[in-house]
Design a protein around this ligand. Structure first.
Ligand SMILES: C[S@@+](CC[C@H](N)C(=O)[O-])C[C@H]1O[C@@H](n2cnc3c(N)ncnc32)[C@H](O)[C@@H]1O
Length: 202
């Protein structure tokens, strides 16, 4: 609770939505309203469906302010690596990591998650409903480097749906097994959450 308050105070003067909008405006992105947060009640449902434990290393792709990452680390005792392209978010979150002595458990990496090595992940959480199909394809290709059994959580779409429409032969030979799917609340409405595993890479 204390940590969450500290994190929220960081955004007292400028909200994460405004910071994200400014970042996307500077990038001349055609959609500047991409930021959103997973409601904590929904995150908790996801964590329970995943049965997270201290053996898990969750990679949160597009970690935003880091609120979800801290929740998972503090309440489910897993390791968490958050990757975030907005430097301010990653820097603030890392200062909270240091202030609360969580260096062994949580880290935030500033950068593009499409270019990062995800091989240490046992669970990947991607709330990326604004990603283009082309970006999701790059993400899927990157999953070839994950360990067998890594569970991948996506919101609104299953990765198999993207595989089905892809014209990339490297993706066409991949296949995912959905191990769980359920409806969950987001701030903009209800969406399906998919938990899946990479079944085959070839
Ligand atoms: C919809 S928000 C989700 C925030 C948080 N994961 C949550 O669920 O509450 C998406 C976040 O992903 C970040 N993002 C989008 N594309 C990214 C990329 N390719 N690499 C790193 N971060 C990215 C955005 O800056 C934003 O903070």
């Amino acid at each position: 609770m204390k940590l969450d308050k500290t994190l929220r105070l960081e955004y007292f003067l400028e909200s994460p939505f405004a910071i994200s909008k400014r970042y996307l405006q500077l990038r001349l992105d055609s959609d500047i309203y991409q930021y959103g947060e997973t409601p904590m009640r929904t995150l908790e449902r996801i964590a329970q469906r995943l049965k997270l434990s201290s053996d898990d290393h969750v990679f949160e792709l597009g970690a935003g302010t880091g609120r979800c990452a801290f929740w998972l680390a503090c309440l489910h005792h897993c390791r968490v690596t958050g990757i975030e392209r907005i430097a301010l978010f990653a820097d603030f979150a890392n200062s909270v990591v240091r202030n609360y002595g969580l260096q062994d458990q949580v880290q935030f990496i500033h950068g593009d998650f499409l270019e990062k090595n995800l091989s240490q992940a046992t669970v990947i959480y991607l709330y990326g409903t604004k990603m283009s199909d082309a970006e999701i394809e790059v993400f899927i290709l990157n999953l070839r480097n994950t360990t067998s059994g890594t569970r991948i959580v996506t919101v609104s779409y299953a990765l198999e749906e993207i595989v089905a429409i892809s014209s990339d032969p490297r993706i066409q030979i991949m296949s995912f097994e959905i191990t769980d799917a359920f409806e969950a609340e987001f701030f903009w409405g209800k969406a399906q959450v998919f938990i899946q595993k990479l079944r085959s890479r070839s």
